[in-house]
Design a protein around this ligand. Sequence first.
Ligand SMILES: [Zn+2]
Length: 217
Amino acid sequence: MRTAAPPSALEAGVSSGGPCRVLLSGGLDSSACLVWALEHFGHVDAVGFDYGQHHRRELKAAQAIAELLGVSFRIERIEGLRGGLLNGGRMGPGAVVPGRNVAFVRAALAMAPRPSAIVLGATAEDQAVFDDCRRYRMDAWELALGVKILSPLVTKTKEDVILSLGEHRSRILDLSWSCYQGGSEPCGTCGACVVRAQGIERAELDSTDSRGGRSGS
Ligand SMILES: [Zn+2]
């Protein structure tokens, strides 16, 4: 079991009183953020966004993961986002929905009670593709909006994310939804499905190595 980071390092800029609010999409990254938030904050809630995405199925997964972890979850409707994933969903530059993350942050901040901080699940891999998953963008939103934005996965790969799920890993792998297509089952071929499968494979290998070779680590 990991131990929590010293509060002083984490709480710089985090206001007191409100919940730490996790943007929960129902995929692995935001689920890992929820696990992380529960390890570091006493009061956590989660929000998912219905913005007309092709893969709205992910919100059911988000609901199930919030229930698994015992966290209050709400779905907010956001109007006006256009492009990218809304048009059929391929990973890569074509998947970009301009302004999506800042729209999510604004909506999460506007919900009562006002959050003490907002957690966003951008990973190292996202930063290569999505400009609004880069830390300097989040720093600018923090200044503009007056709320701490935490991005605990910003240096993590998908493999790291999966390993960070700890004791919840197998249940979250079962419940979460990554596919960008709108089907009832994951397509297995879109960018999100491929990255997920590679991450799971590497995490399994890493776990096997740890059990076989490096005792106690
Ligand atoms: Zn897929």
